[in-house]
Design a protein around this ligand. Structure first.
Ligand code: MG
Ligand code: ZN
Length: 175
């Protein structure tokens, strides 16, 4: 069984002004390359879990979603890191599907496909729904980038690689 980091994509790995779907607009956020390198060295499989309601709303197509993913991996390639897989919910919130985060369904799918031990895995995201995903799926922890004490993606990666001390995770919630 392997360990994974379940990664939010938009505003966690790449800058998203809102419903990003143009590959040429993809920009990696601060600390993402360095953080993914650290996680890779520590044996964590990087997997994206993403809500893409822009597809269900008709703002862009599934093909455009995949074009952004391809661009992301192309930007990462020179650094020797890649996102191994992408799982996404294409539905609008009002469709009440069972795959939209914080539903754990896509994490369960990823775990089945890749032989992942969820209890030894983490979520990194930029929203409360990402923390709830970590809780609902039964991950070791969930970390929010851009919120104390994780200023950048690299801070979150360092924390995970350093052992992901649960005491600090709960301290953060108390603060
Ligand atoms: Mg996000
Ligand atoms: Zn869905």
């Amino acid at each position: 069984m392997r360990r994974a980091v379940f990664l939010d994509r938009d505003n966690t790995l790449i800058y998203d002004p809102g419903f990003i779907h143009e590959p040429e607009k993809v920009r990696l956020l601060e600390g993402v390359v360095e953080g993914l390198k650290l996680l890779k060295e520590a044996g964590f499989l990087p997997v994206v879990i993403s809500n893409q309601s822009g597809i269900g709303r008709g703002y862009f197509t599934e093909r455009e979603f995949w074009a952004v993913n391809a661009r992301l991996n192309k930007l990462l390639a020179p650094h020797g890191v890649q996102i191994e897989d992408f799982f996404f919910c294409p539905h609008r919130p009002d469709e009440n599907c069972d795959c939209r985060k914080p539903s754990p369904r896509l994490v369960f799918e990823a775990a089945r496909k890749w032989g992942i031990d969820i209890s030894e895995s983490f979520v990194i995201g930029d929203r409360d729904s990402d923390l709830m995903l970590a809780f609902n799926a039964g991950c070791r922890g969930g970390l929010i980038v851009g919120r104390e004490p994780f200023k950048t993606f690299l801070d979150a990666a360092r924390f995970i690689v350093g052992g992901g001390d649960e005491a600090l995770l709960s301290d953060k919630d108390k603060a």
